[in-house]
Ligand binder design. Structure first.
Ligand code: TYM
Length: 338
């Protein structure tokens, strides 16, 4: 089993990242059997697909490394690195650009969402972003990719690219790439904005009130939960009663994800009660989960050199793990390399 996943080092790690992906990374790392390996990386190359400030990217990369370690990623057991230190990611992307089809990329909803009305002004990197994501995964013969629901489409594209490349340039007996499987959390949490139950919680939302950051202190968390958008109805006693109430559904499913309980189990406890009771309970549960992470995060951030060393060590290992597949790709394409 080889587990690979990435996160963009833009803005803070928020509750959506944590419940949708990072918590699963930690679980997979902790349950891994001998001979299997996890690689987790900061997708700094992806981050330049949107307008960015270089100093901010540098800072955010170290912060995100600290945040991942604070959440439980153990750099002695998992390979933790940033893409920019492993040039094979960018190289393989170029090689795969020959296989990816324009039509496939045109169907990617993230490009549509992020380019918005300004398609012509979007960067070419934003358009070819999913090919880099395919390279990230295919470089390591990855079998499992723990991601949130929103990244599933990109993973399907990675499979399509791998399959077409294998068909076009390799024999059935000796494929160049392994087809990766996306692993989404069993409770299928898609954490939505606290201001709008139909938009995902995201680093790029201009409103700080829309998300819970893993660096928020207890007061801020309680305030954000109290101000979260809801409706005037009390909670129903079964999940079916949340139909057409996206904000209520979101808060209940966040509670469930944090407590490790189903939506029905949460409603069995809170059904019939109003948000005046439910919100403080949710806020307290959030603080209980987040406070220890924040504490570790702050301590780790004090030692930049230690964080640099973690990333350098991880990158050296990643370069080693990726080298054979990169060589095999060049060879399959008939490219001559001294
Ligand atoms: P990114 O940085 O947007 O998010 C990191 C992880 O968090 C998950 N996530 C969510 N899950 C549930 N609810 C939400 N509101 C929410 N917001 C984010 C994402 O699904 C993701 O798993 N393109 C990727 C980074 C990437 C990558 C890769 C991932 C680059 N290469 C290769 C896997 C494999 C991204 O921007 O994730």
């Amino acid at each position: 089993m080889r587990v690979v996943s990435g996160i963009q080092p833009t803005g803070n790690l928020h509750l959506g990242n944590y419940l949708g992906a990072i918590r699963n990374w930690v679980r997979m790392q902790d349950e891994l059997e001998g001979g299997s390996e996890c690689l987790f990386f900061l997708a700094d190359l992806h981050a330049i697909s949107m307008p960015h400030d270089p100093a901010e990217l540098r800072r955010a990369t170290l912060e995100m490394a600290a945040a991942l370690v604070a959440c439980g990623i153990d750099p002695d057991r998992s390979i933790l690195f940033n893409q920019a230190q492993v040039p094979a990611h960018a190289e393989l992307q170029w090689l795969l650009n020959g296989t990816a089809r324009m039509g496939w990329l045109n169907r990617m909803t993230q490009f549509k969402d992020k380019s918005g009305k300004n398609r012509e002004g979007a960067s070419a990197a934003l358009f070819t972003y999913p090919v880099l994501q395919a390279a990230d995964v295919l470089l390591y013969q990855t079998t499992h990719v723990p991601v949130g629901e929103d990244q599933k489409q990109h993973l399907e594209l990675a499979r399509d690219i791998a399959q077409k490349f294998n068909n076009d340039f390799a024999s059935e007996a000796a494929p160049v790439f392994t087809l990766p499987d996306p692993i989404t959390p069993p409770d299928a949490v898609r954490i939505m904005s606290l201001r709008d139950g139909t938009a995902k919680m995201s680093k790029s939302d201009p409103s700080e009130m829309s998300r819970i950051n893993l660096t928020d202190d207890a007061d801020t968390i309680m305030k954000k939960v109290k101000k979260a958008k809801t409706d005037a109805e009390p909670l129903p006693s079964e999940a079916a009663g949340l139909g057409g109430r996206p904000e209520a559904y979101n808060l209940v499913s966040i509670y469930g994800a944090l407590a490790g309980r189903s939506v029905d189990a949460v409603l069995a406890e809170f059904g019939g009660q109003g948000f005046g009771t439910f919100k403080p309970a949710l806020g307290e549960l959030m603080v209980e989960v987040i406070a220890p992470i924040t504490e570790r995060f702050r301590a780790l951030l004090e030692d930049h050199e230690a964080l640099d060393a973690i990333l350098a060590k991880g990158a050296a290992k990643a370069r080693e793990r990726g080298a054979p597949t990169l060589t095999a790709t060049y060879e399959a394409l008939g490219l001559v390399r001294g």
